[in-house]
Design a protein around this ligand. Structure first.
Ligand code: UFG
Length: 329
């Protein structure tokens, strides 16, 4: 299939591009390179440096490239920033996405795969999190993702759009050959910061809170390999053939790992200590978030290849060794 990957130069998008090629599809990348990296995409692939909200441009690309499916990864995703600058998030994550969807409907492209998030659940009532739990985001980032989920439902009903919204847990790791990986600027994610603390590229890691009601007092998260996420996006294609299909899936391994557990894994894989100290809790961090992904496993035959933290960290470490400072900017 011809697939437009919006945000295809970002962390998850660039991995999906490679998985699409491996599965025999033809990805076309659209990315404005605000957070994406041109080097994360092979130079010979079709690449458009454009904004997802540039409706006329996107419409032209959809027609010229005979796009059949659009995957959308191009969101702002810093939770703290979303609290301080909500309009930035509403304009990009909601308004620009609505223009993208309008361009699609106008061009007759009616299959859509959307990056949603476990942040749409807010502080969940129970664990592990199933898709049936109420969604009550506690920050604008999660709210913008939920707003698009709701818009998609309405478009499926009104216009026969078929879509899958994947609610990711903590995307982690890197492509297995180490050629592409995680590089955010600024970096706020635990695994790259822990690796950089181990190698001395960054200061010692601050562990945000050790007084949570969890076994070791640090937050529990569900780290899921970025290539496993990508594989689910491709596995859903055949389900989108029926007009008006509306699908929601949690994507996580179901295995919770604490912050100290991640530190131990990084120490084991790198063979280096991770210097760290305990700091106050970070605002907005729920104590525990982990998935029940039975629905994706059953309906999509999705089987995560990486089910524990160490092999995931091993891929991140391989990428780090190949490019300690990430992509050139
Ligand atoms: N953490 C630290 N020190 C750090 C960085 C993180 O202790 O320097 C802790 C956090 O407090 C958290 C865990 O490590 O308990 C994971 O933090 P990340 O920042 O790596 O990931 P988050 O769980 O905060 O965020 C992820 C996605 C977001 C999404 C969110 C949903 O990156 O896009 O899950 O809650 F919104």
């Amino acid at each position: 299939m011809n697939v437009l990957v919006v945000g295809g130069a970002g962390y998850i998008g660039s991995h999906c591009v490679r998985q699409l090629i491996a599965a025999g599809h033809r990805p076309v990348v659209l990315d404005n390179l605000v957070y994406g990296h041109r080097d994360a995409v092979a130079p010979d692939l079709a690449f458009y440096d454009a904004n997802l909200g540039a409706e006329a441009t996107v419409g032209q690309i959809l027609r010229d490239e005979k796009i059949e499916v659009v995957m959308h990864f191009a969101a702002f995703a810093y939770v703290g920033e979303s609290v301080n600058d909500p309009l930035k998030f509403y304009f990009n994550n909601v308004v620009a996405t609505l223009y993208l969807l309008h361009a699609m409907l106008d061009a007759g492209v009616k299959k859509f795969v959307f990056s949603s998030t476990c942040a749409t659940y807010g502080v969940p009532q129970s664990m592990p999190i199933t898709e049936a739990l109420p969604q009550a985001p506690i920050n604008p980032y999660g709210q913008t993702k939920l707003d698009i989920e709701n818009a998609l439902k309405a478009l499926a009903h009104a216009h026969g759009l078929s879509f899958a919204a994947f609610r990711y847990f903590n995307a982690a790791g890197a492509y297995e050959d180490g050629a592409i990986g995680e590089h955010h600027d600024p970096e706020t994610h635990l695994i790259p910061l822990a690796i950089d603390a181990a190698t001395g590229l960054r200061p010692p890691l601050q562990v945000f809170g050790n007084d949570y009601p969890t076994p070791d007092g640090t937050c529990l998260r569900d780290y899921v390999h970025v290539d496993d996420l990508s594989r689910a996006h491709i596995a859903v294609f055949e389900k989108l053939a029926t007009p008006g299909t509306a699908l929601f899936y949690n994507l996580g391994t179901g295995t919770p790992t604490s912050v100290l557990g991640v530190i131990r894994a990084v120490e084991k894989i790198t063979g280096k200590p991770v210097p760290h100290s305990f700091a106050p809790r970070r605002a907005g961090d729920p104590p525990a978030l982990y998935a029940d992904s039975t629905k994706a496993k059953t309906e999509l035959k999705w089987t995560p290849k990486f089910t524990s933290i160490e092999p995931i960290v091993a891929t991140a470490w391989k990428w780090h060794q190949a490019k300690p400072k990430g992509y050139a900017r």
